[in-house]
Design a protein. Structure first.
Length: 316
């Protein structure tokens, strides 16, 4: 079995990725920023606690065959410019160290936000970048730096662009929405019919593991090193909330309010960021991923959402 390293192993995505690797018989080395009690109890896993900004990656990656780099700051966690360097500069530095160690595959987690927050057309890998915030711009810079480093490298690069990721352990806006639906009351999203792609964390990690075993032709262009992923099911904001309501058996009431009125309200409340996320379409085109890799998301939306709701109820 190949020696795998997961950078960012104690994060939301990294925890699921590590668990899937362990279940498949691959005992990964975990590289993370802080220790947890679970790490101390799980003796099957090796742990390295590091400073992501100044680590000796070459030493850490010795004898590795696959590196999964899922560490980084999410948009809600960015408080100063220095944190953005973890997204934009550190991945390429780590990749070069992996190449020096003859690592076979380097899988990096980017974001679909490099193409924008909304689109009337499904987002594919050939579209021009259109980042709308500092977080997305830092992810785009990370992609550019990695692709430049990979041009003359022996290590194969795979960049994965997920949309919103959900599942047990989720944070951010999805967790806020779960809490609101669980409490009940009302939400003015009864007419929120925008289609938004999402991806269950189980599906995202399954793809990354699948990519680790895929060897791209050396003649492939930079675009072929970038992979889109989402759930097979496309949902609207309204149907997402309705599914949450059913899973919780909540007394939440969905009030139909027009998109125009909601947009006015978000602007008045200085929450313009919610306009794109709740009122505008953003579908991800993963057809090239599925066809080229002969891969399909193994977990359906309903199953993944029920798992997420059950996790939330256990935490409450």
């Amino acid at each position: 079995m190949s020696r795998s390293i997961v950078v960012g192993a104690n994060g939301f995505v990294g925890s699921e990725l590590t668990a899937q690797l362990v279940r498949s018989g691959n005992n990964p080395v975990r590289i993370q920023r802080s220790a947890t009690m679970q790490d101390q109890q799980n003796l099957r896993l090796q742990n390295n606690f590091i400073d992501l900004t100044c680590s000796d990656w070459r030493t850490l990656f010795q004898n590795a065959e696959v590196v999964y780099f899922v560490a980084g700051f999410a948009h809600a966690e960015v408080h100063d410019e220095s944190q953005l360097l973890i997204n934009s500069e550190t991945p390429a530095i780590a990749f070069k160290a992996a190449n020096q160690n003859s690592v076979r595959k380097f899988v990096w987690l980017s974001s679909i936000q490099v193409l924008g927050n909304a689109s009337d057309q499904p987002l594919n890998t050939l579209m021009a970048p259109n980042p709308q915030n500092k977080y997305a711009a830092s992810k785009l810079a990370g992609e550019v730096n990695l692709l430049a480093a990979a041009d003359s490298a022996g290590t194969e690069l795979a960049i994965v662009r997920p949309p919103l990721v959900y599942g047990p352990g989720v944070k951010g806006n999805f967790l806020t929405l779960l809490a609101k639906v669980h409490r009940g009351g009302w939400l003015p999203l009864g007419s929120a019919n925008a289609t938004r792609s999402m991806v269950a964390v189980e599906n995202l990690c399954d793809l990354m593991i699948h990519l680790a075993g895929y060897s791209a032709p050396r003649s492939d262009s930079g675009a072929s090193r970038v992979w889109h992923v989402c759930d097979s099911d496309q949902v609207t904001i309204k149907s997402l909330v309705q599914s949450m309501k059913e899973a919780f058996d909540s007394r939440l009431h969905l009030i139909p309010v027009s998109a125009r009125v909601l947009e006015w309200g978000f602007r008045l409340a200085r929450q313009q960021n919610l306009i794109d996320r709740l009122l505008k379409n953003m579908e991800v085109d993963q057809s090239a991923t599925c066809e080229q890799l002969n891969w399909q998301p193994p977990v359906g939306f309903s199953q993944a959402l029920i798992r997420t709701v059950q996790w939330y109820q256990q935490q409450a």
